[in-house]
Every structure is written in C-alpha cells, then in structure tokens.
Design a protein around this ligand. Sequence first.
Ligand SMILES: Nc1ncnc2c1ncn2[C@@H]1O[C@H](COP(=O)(O)OP(=O)(O)O)[C@@H](O)[C@H]1O
Ligand SMILES: Cc1ncc(C[n+]2csc(CCOP(=O)(O)OP(=O)(O)O)c2C)c(N)n1
Ligand SMILES: [Mg+2]
Ligand SMILES: [Mg+2]
Ligand SMILES: [Mg+2]
Length: 327
Amino acid sequence: MNEEIKWIRSITPSGYRQPELKVGIGDDAAIFYQKEDKDTVIAVDTMVEGVHFKRETMPLHAIGHKALAANISDLAAMGAIPQYYLVSVAFPKKTWNKEELHEIYRGMANLAKEFSMDLIGGDTVSIEKQLVLTVTVIGKIKQNRHLLRSNARPGDVVFVTGLVGLASLGLEMLLEDGLAAANDAANAQYIKAHQEPQPQLRAGLLFAESGFRMALNDISDGLASEAKEIAEASQVDIELDWARIPTTDYIQSHSTQKQESWLLYGGEDYQLLGTVSEEDWKSLQLMFRKATLPLYEIGTVRAGNGRVAMERDGSSTVITATGYDHL
Ligand SMILES: Nc1ncnc2c1ncn2[C@@H]1O[C@H](COP(=O)(O)OP(=O)(O)O)[C@@H](O)[C@H]1O
Ligand SMILES: Cc1ncc(C[n+]2csc(CCOP(=O)(O)OP(=O)(O)O)c2C)c(N)n1
Ligand SMILES: [Mg+2]
Ligand SMILES: [Mg+2]
Ligand SMILES: [Mg+2]
C-alpha cells in the first residue's frame, strides 16, 4: 500500500456523528442530505505556514484547532450549525513528518468532537516548502434565519460577543519569545486566545434563533476592517465608542497607539461583531444574560455610505486604516 493511501486510511473516522451523512471518506466524493426546512451553509479558509502560523508561534495540535475554529467561526457568523468538514493539506516532506501531521489532525478532531462534526473528505498533495491547510466547513440553518453583513440599519446598536485584542497581543508575545512565552502564567490568556480561539457558536445560534434583523461578522482581520465590511455591505456608517470596546486591564494599561494596534487592527479574536435595532437590543441582552453569555454594546449605526468612525473623548474621527490585508 502506498504511503498516501495508508495516511488516508489512518485519518478515516471509524464512525460518523451526523445522521444525514450517506457517504463519508473513501469514495470520489461525500454525500449528505439536508432536511427540507434547512438551508446548507458552506465556507472555506486556508492557513499557510509563515503567514498564519510558525513552528515558533503554534504547537502542532493548535494549528489544527485554529484552522477548524476559524471556519466554524464563519458558520457562527451566519448563525449556522456546523456539521461537516473537509481538509486539503499541502505537505512539505522535507520539513514536516507524518506524526506531526497526525498531531495537527488530532487538534482538528478534538474540536470537531466538541461540535459533533464529521471529517468527510479532503485532499493530500506534496509541496516544496510551507505547510498549507485548507479547511472547508458545511453546516445547516433553518430556512431564512441566516444573518448577513448587509442587515445593518441607521439607529442600530453595535455589539461584540467578547473581549478583543487578546489574540494580537498573544501573537506579539509569541513572535518575541517563541513558545516559551507560554511559561509565564500572566501571558497565558493572550497566548491561548491566539493559539486556540473559541468560535462563538452558542452566540451565533442565539442570534439566529432570535429571529431579529441583525448584521453579523466574525473578527478575523480586526475590529476596524470587520466593522467596515458591515458598513459597506449595509451602506451605513458605523461609529465605535472607544471607551466601550471590551478588553483587559493589562491591555488598557498600554499606550493608545499600542491599544489601537491590538484592539482595532490585530484580528484573530474570532468574536462576533454585529448590529441590531435599539428595540431588539433589550431582548437580546436578556437572552444572553439567561444563557450566561457576554454581550457588549460598543457603538451605533448611522446613516452613511460605508465609513467607520471612532468616538473618543467627545470627538469622532473616521478610521482609514484597516486590518490584516493579504493582497
Ligand atoms: N479567492 C476567492 N475566490 C472566490 N471567492 C472568494 C475568494 N476569496 C474570498 N472569497 C469570498 O469573498 C467573500 C468575503 O471574504 P472574506 O471577507 O475574506 O471573508 P472572511 O473574512 O469571513 O473569511 C466570501 O464570500 C468569500 O467566500
Ligand atoms: C506567524 C504569524 N504572523 C502573523 C499572523 C497574523 N495574521 C495572519 S493572517 C491574519 C488575518 C486573519 O486571517 P485570514 O486568512 O485573513 O482570515 P479570514 O479573513 O480569511 O477569515 C492575521 C492577523 C499570524 N497569525 N501568525
Ligand atoms: Mg483566510
Ligand atoms: Mg468571516
Ligand atoms: Mg476576511
């Protein structure tokens, strides 16, 4: 048996969790059916060695965790329930070995178990230098409950589901000191935020269940650029209130410039950023309190044409800088 076939056998699950799955790994394609009242939701995301991770910034299992988490986060940002994932891996055998790849897959499998997801396919190719992982996720949502970036309206409250800036500070610590940065207990929450982000799926599902008109986006590239995506898609302006953006005391003890780089442009927090009408905001807060999930008001939607502004110390300035830009 050749090595590629052995490898595929070794990662083939012995059983599947999703009852709608008909054909998993092992044929030319996978097959599942979707119940009549559901829509299928699908997203893909790539992680590249040197761009999204380095050996010095991520333990192996965390590479897998984060690749899948970033994808689940996109489903959460639509309000969908994740079901399946497919993994395409470009493997440089000069610099990585199969046991390491297994460890990466274990990181994905652990997170998949948490969300009852099944690995149903993928692809394996060799590559010269960097390891590349491309994960596709598939999920479902009750028909017409999806939450789009284009749903924001003037007068809406802007909210975020958790603290921001932590992952970016964590990355800075890791780039400075390597994995040893984790040995300092004070660094732990920042490093964990960077290495093992938790997709805000419960929040996404609550948003979808509420039935409210709501704009939603997940924070991969940074608060400023995700807010801009909502503002442009909805053709409104978004005004963020600097003092209300939730983060840690430690981050707030730094210079404004540092804080801005972590909070606004850092990215990879995978919190959900959204907007909802003032009227529904009250009910939403109640729902989140009952579910013991955090939810923070951080700004207002105004009539406009796609700008993001920051209100600070009584004056408002338009944000022109953006977050992470691959091109
Ligand atoms: N190379 C590409 N080919 C086709 N569609 C793409 C490509 N890159 C991004 N997209 C699509 O563009 C949209 C916006 O992408 P993006 O803002 O990067 O989403 P996210 O930040 O949630 O990953 C998505 O619908 C995505 O699927
Ligand atoms: C070694 C290393 N350098 C820099 C970064 C920072 N970084 C890389 S990609 C990225 C943006 C988020 O990734 P992307 O693929 O753009 O997410 P998407 O918008 O597709 O969800 C950030 C902040 C990192 N994670 N690791
Ligand atoms: Mg990406
Ligand atoms: Mg996204
Ligand atoms: Mg993006």
